[in-house]
Design a protein around this ligand. Sequence first.
Ligand code: 5GP
Length: 189
Amino acid sequence: MSTNKIIIITAPSGSGKTTLVKQLLKALPELSFSVSACTRQPREGEVHGKDYYFFDEQKFKELIAKDAFAEWEMVYEGKYYGTLKIELERIWEETNTPLVDIDVKGALAIKKTYPNNSLSIFIQAPSIEELRSRLINRGTETEKSLEERIAKANDELGFAHQFDTILVNDDLATATQKLLHIVKEYLQS
Ligand code: 5GP
């Protein structure tokens, strides 16, 4: 197995990405979650260095100036998120493969930086109608935020073809098996 590969996973919200990523990390110990840096406040239970490296804006900007990021972005108004080069290097040094779980734009940026040693996977809900009913069932959205998420998902769908693989998450067990197969095959290539 060659080293210095990257697995990039991205998905619109409501596509079941988080569950799939957890299953993948559990099944493949040779993968390590790449911890991103961000400037938003930690949520309850989130741990610095495990969920994110939580930095203030000044520190984040210093890191940008030092060219410390493989990619970074203002994902939400005033909130920065980025993948630290040193985090990828740390994982490679442990002879593991980083799994980068980021938004669509960040994913495409990483792919552009590492075109020859990355596998990019776009996880897609079966349809916008299915996505809508999942979000409604989840019960976390107002009518407005639901429409915003649907609009964002629609927009992000337009980028799906730029990824190496599109995985439709219609059934969780099937999608998990498919994802495992795709990633294992890539790691062995
Ligand atoms: P949250 O604040 O809910 O943890 O994440 C918000 C969004 O930021 C998600 O879409 C997540 O994928 C994205 N994100 C997390 N880490 C990074 C990163 O390092 N770079 C980029 N571009 N997006 C990220």
